[in-house]
Write a protein that binds this ligand. Sequence first.
Ligand SMILES: NC(=O)c1ccc[n+]([C@@H]2O[C@H](COP(=O)([O-])OP(=O)(O)OC[C@H]3O[C@@H](n4cnc5c(N)ncnc54)[C@H](OP(=O)(O)O)[C@@H]3O)[C@@H](O)[C@H]2O)c1
Length: 408
Amino acid sequence: MEHREYDLVVFGATSFVGKILCRYLVDQYGTGADLKWAIAGRSEAKLGALKRELGEAALPMIVADADDIAGLNAMCLQTRVVISTVGPYALFGETLVQACVQTGTDYCDLTGEVQWIRQMIVRYEDQARSSGARIVHCCGFDSIPSDLGVWFLQNEATKDFGEPCNQVSMRVKAARGGLSGGTVASLINVTKEAASNPQLRKELANPFSLAPAGHKSSKRQPNVKGAQYDPDFGVWLAPFMMAPINVRIVHRSNALQGTPYGQEFLYDEAMMTGKGLKGRLAALGITAGLGGFIAGAAIKPTRWILERFVVPKPGEGPSPESQKSGFYDLRFIGQTADGRTLRTKVTGDRDPGYGSTAKMLGEAGVCLARDVRNTDRAGGFWTPASIFGETLVERLKTNAGLTFDRID
Ligand SMILES: NC(=O)c1ccc[n+]([C@@H]2O[C@H](COP(=O)([O-])OP(=O)(O)OC[C@H]3O[C@@H](n4cnc5c(N)ncnc54)[C@H](OP(=O)(O)O)[C@@H]3O)[C@@H](O)[C@H]2O)c1
C-alpha cells in the first residue's frame, strides 16, 4: 500500500458509541504517538466539540458526509483503516464500503444487519478482492464474543480431543447494560424492511445466508424460538435477540477458514433465565416481550409509538455509570461426534452494547492496522474469527477487559 497518513480514522466519531471509542483510543494509544489516528464525521462543529470533550485539541479531524463518495474516497486515501459507527448501516453505510473497496482501504464496523451485510458481499466482494480492501463487519458485541468464543472453544477441543466439536451452544448466563438509540433504530429498520419483503424474510430465516455459496449443512440447525428447558445447563432458555446475526457470522467464519468446525457443524444461541417455575415464567415473559417488540416495529402506527415514546433516540444510550457497572458472561458447551464435551466462557467488563463494544471495535481496528498482514489475509469480506483469531483474542484479554477461559 502507498503511504497513508493515518493508521486509523474513526468515521462517526460523534455517535454515542463513537465518543466512547475515541475516549478509549485516547486512553489506550494516545494521540499522534505510536498510533496515528483521526476523527471524522459530517459535522465540523460536533467534531470540534468532541475534541474539546476529549481534551485533545491537536487530534486531526476530517469532515465527510456518508453519501458523498468523493469526500469519502479522499478520507480513505489518508488512512490504512476506517472504523465506522455511522448507522443504521442499511440506511447510511453503503457509500463508505464502496469508497473503501475502491481505494483498497481496510474497514470494520458495528453492523448486525444481516440483509445489508449480504448485499455488501454480493455487490463488492470481487472489487475488494482486487483492490486488497479487507472488510470486517460485526466487530461489536455482535458478533465478536460469539465468533471468537466458538473459535476459542474449537481450538481447545482440537488440543484435547484431536478434533473439533460438531455441535456448540452459546448461552447468555448474565448480562447488564442498556440499549442505545442507534441499535434500536437498526432493529426497527430491519423489522420494517422484512414486514414488506418476503424474499428478505426468507433470507433472514436461513442460518447460512452469509456463508459463501455452496456452504450448507444437510442437518437442521437448532434454534431456540420460545421458552425451552436446557438439560445441559439445567435451566430454562429464552430466545436471544442477537442470535440471528451471531449464528450467521459463526457459520461464515467456519466456511472462510476451510470448515475446521466440520461441514455439518451445528450452532445455536439462547439466554438462560434460571431454574424451576421462576425460570420458566421469565423465559415465557422474554419470548412474549420480544415477539411484541417485533410485531410493534413491523407496522406503522405502533412503530411510531415505539420510536416516539418507548425506545431511546439516536445519540442516546446508557449512562457512564451503567456502562461501568455493566458486564456479560457467556457460556459455551461443545460436543464431539462421539459425545465428549467441553465448556468454556467469555466475559466482558462493561455493558455489552456500548462500553465493551467500543473497546472491541477499537481493538479490531488496531488489529487490522497493525497485526494482520495483507500477505496472510487478502482483500475480501472477512469475519472477526477468520481474519483475527488468536491476535484479537490476546488484544481483547490484555487491553479490553474480556476473558476467554475453559471451565474444567
Ligand atoms: N454490534 C453492536 O454490538 C453494536 C453496539 C452498539 C451500536 N451498534 C450500531 O452502531 C451504530 C451506531 O450506534 P449509536 O447508538 O452510537 O448511533 P448514534 O448515536 O445514533 O449515531 C449515529 C451516527 O451516524 C452519524 N450520521 C448519520 N447520518 C450521517 C451522514 N449522512 N453522514 C455522516 N454521518 C452521519 C451521526 O452523525 P452526527 O453525530 O453528526 O449526528 C452519528 O455520529 C448503529 O448502527 C448501531 O446499531 C452496534
